[in-house]
Every structure is written in C-alpha cells, then in structure tokens.
Design a protein around this ligand. Structure first.
Ligand code: NAP
Length: 301
C-alpha cells in the first residue's frame, strides 16, 4: 500500500495494514513528521506536491494499492494531479490494482436538508468543494485510464482519538474558524476514523460494485450538541477540571450567516454493498470510546 499523504486517516490505515503484515509506504511534507512515522515502522518519503521531488511519484508503480488523501488547494486545485502525465506514464507499467481517493460530502453542496445518497447530483458551492469535485473526476479518470475501478470515498467530518470535540475541550484553545463555520448546521455528518478504515478494508478484501461511497455515521447531529456531550463526558471523568466556558456569543454570530450546506447524507450503500457494520454509529459511542482511552486530561501527558 502506498499512501499519498499519511495524515490522520492515512496513519490509522497504515497501522492496521502493518499489523496484518502489509508493506506500507507513504508520504508527508515535513522532516519532523517523517521521523515520527519512521519511528512507527513505516517507509516514508518527503513529498510536497507544490514543490515535488518527482521521483517519489515514480515509486508508486511498485505498489498494488494507492490511497490518496492529499486535499485540493485553493487557487491551485489538486496539487498531485498537476503531475498527472508523469503519474500516468509511471503507473501504466506498474502493479496498481486498487486506487481510492478520499474526498468529502461537501461536493453535494446545499441540499435543503434532503437525504442525499451517492446518486444525488453533486452541486458544490464553495471554491474548495468545486476543486474537490474536480479532484474526484481527475482521480477517477486516472484510474479508468489504468484499467482500475476507482473508489471515491465521500467522508463526513472525521474524528477519532487525538482529533475530537473532547480533544478540543481538553486543549482549551478557541475553535478554529473552520470549526466555528461548521457549528450551526442542523445536520453535520461525521465518521469515526476506525469506521473509515473498516470501509477501506472492506474494499481491499472484496469486490466493490460502485465507484462512489458516502462514508458517514448514522447520526448527523449539530456540532453544538456534540460539544455539549463531550463537555459532559469530560466533566464526569475529571470533576473539578477548570474548563473554558463555551463560546456561545461567537457561535451565535456565525449561526446567522451559515445556514447553507444542509443535507442528511445516507450511508445505506456503504452498509449494503460493503457490508460495513459501524463500530461507532453515532457521536456518543465514538466520544465515549475516545474518553475511555484517555488516561490524563492534559494532552501529551
Ligand atoms: N478532516 C475532515 O473532517 C475531513 C472531512 C472530509 C474529507 N476530508 C479529506 O479527507 C482526506 C483525509 O483526511 P485527513 O483528516 O486524514 O487529512 P490530513 O490529516 O489533513 O492529511 C492530509 C495529508 O496530505 C498531506 N498533504 C497536504 N498537502 C499536501 C501537498 N501539497 N503535497 C503533498 N502532501 C500534502 C499531508 O501532509 P503532512 O502529513 O505532512 O501534513 C497529510 O499527510 C483529506 O483530503 C481531507 O481533506 C477531511
């Protein structure tokens, strides 16, 4: 398996595959991270698609499986597909048989709260979501050119150990602008990283009949609710911890401006065709498992 972009999901999958005896290589953009990943036992290459070492792209042809998790960049598009010709010419004589591009449910745009399955027409609204859709098309075309059935995994908001409402509360930092912007949607789809890995593994070990799969849990809940629940879990586990008050005022300013993007994303195809039984069907079970694994309330202790 070659993982272009060993980020949050990439690393989780790498650990799983490694345990099963797979040879896993991947890329990241910084020396510090490369060292950390190498210490975990992975072969890692420094690769930044904006200033690429192009020989790294040539290495991919030695692998049977390719996971792409590098996101598009504003004003640039898919930074890896900028080198599409090179990738095509390298992979065409290679061993690749599986290619999955991790994308986002943002490609559907605003669907007025409707239930959205994979046949719902993509209608991205933001610049980034438009670039995301273009990336999907690019990776899909590349896979078809190579004679492979592409996989496009449209992910909801990704959370898991180290990246969740609990972690944000424990770090006590303010929410990022992106986090606040997502806050007041009535439906916010999310998915636990373990369930993304489950779905990926399902496609690695059995045929998959379609190209596009929504990978989300059963419970699209407003972010506000998720944070309130996370706060309760933290207060229960560590009574007396001096937590920062929720930033209600800031939230309500955004609430009035950000009503778009509403949709309930369906995961029926993932369950039916990939046989995925979610480990964390809702944010409550996901957060509970995360807090159960944290021994100290202070991050990095
Ligand atoms: N976070 C969410 O809630 C969410 C929701 C839906 C979809 N997605 C998308 O799903 C994918 C996987 O998510 P994730 O949370 O695992 O992502 P992530 O942790 O941000 O990992 C992205 C990976 O891409 C690498 N990368 C970024 N820019 C690059 C560039 N210009 N050239 C080469 N590599 C580059 C990063 O390198 P470093 O390791 O050096 O940082 C990292 O390894 C991403 O495309 C993400 O945008 C995310």
């Amino acid at each position: 398996m070659f993982i272009l972009g060993m980020g949050f999901v990439g690393q989780f999958l790498a650990h799983k595959l490694h345990k099963q005896g797979w040879s896993v290589s991947g890329t990241c953009t910084s020396h510090v991270k490369k060292k950390q990943l190498e210490d975990m036992g992975f072969h890692v290459h420094l690769f930044n698609a904006n200033h690429p070492e192009l020989s790294i792209l040539g290495l991919m042809k030695n692998y049977t499986h390719l996971l792409v998790s590098v996101p598009p960049v504003m004003g640039i598009g898919d930074p890896v597909l900028h080198h599409e010709e090179l990738i095509r010419s390298s992979l065409v004589s290679g061993s690749l048989q599986w290619l999955c591009y991790l994308t986002s449910t943002s490609v559907y745009g605003d669907c007025s709260g409707e239930l959205v399955d994979e046949d719902y027409p993509a209608n991205p609204e933001t610049e980034l979501a438009k670039l995301r859709l273009a990336s999907e098309e690019g990776w899909s075309n590349l896979a078809h050119y190579l004679g492979i059935s592409p996989l496009l995994f449209r992910l909801g908001g990704i959370y898991g150990p180290g990246r969740s409402a609990i972690d944000t509360i424990l770090k006590q930092g303010p929410l990022s602008k992106g986090q606040k912007m997502r806050n007041y949607r009535k439906y916010t789809s999310r998915v636990h990283v373990e369930d993304i890995c489950q779905a990926l593994m399902a496609t690695i070990y059995a045929p998959y009949p379609r190209e596009v799969y929504n990978i989300v849990d059963d419970d699209p809940t407003p972010r506000e609710e998720v944070f309130a629940y996370a706060r309760k879990l933290v207060e229960k586990k560590w009574p007396g911890l001096n937590l920062q008050a929720p930033e209600q005022k800031e939230f309500s300013v955004v609430r009035t401006r950000n009503r778009s993007g509403e949709k309930q994303v369906s995961n029926a195809r993932m369950k039916k065709e990939l046989g995925v039984q979610l480990l964390y069907p809702d944010y409550k079970s996901g957060l509970q498992s995360i807090i159960d694994q944290i021994h100290s309330p202070f991050p990095c202790h």
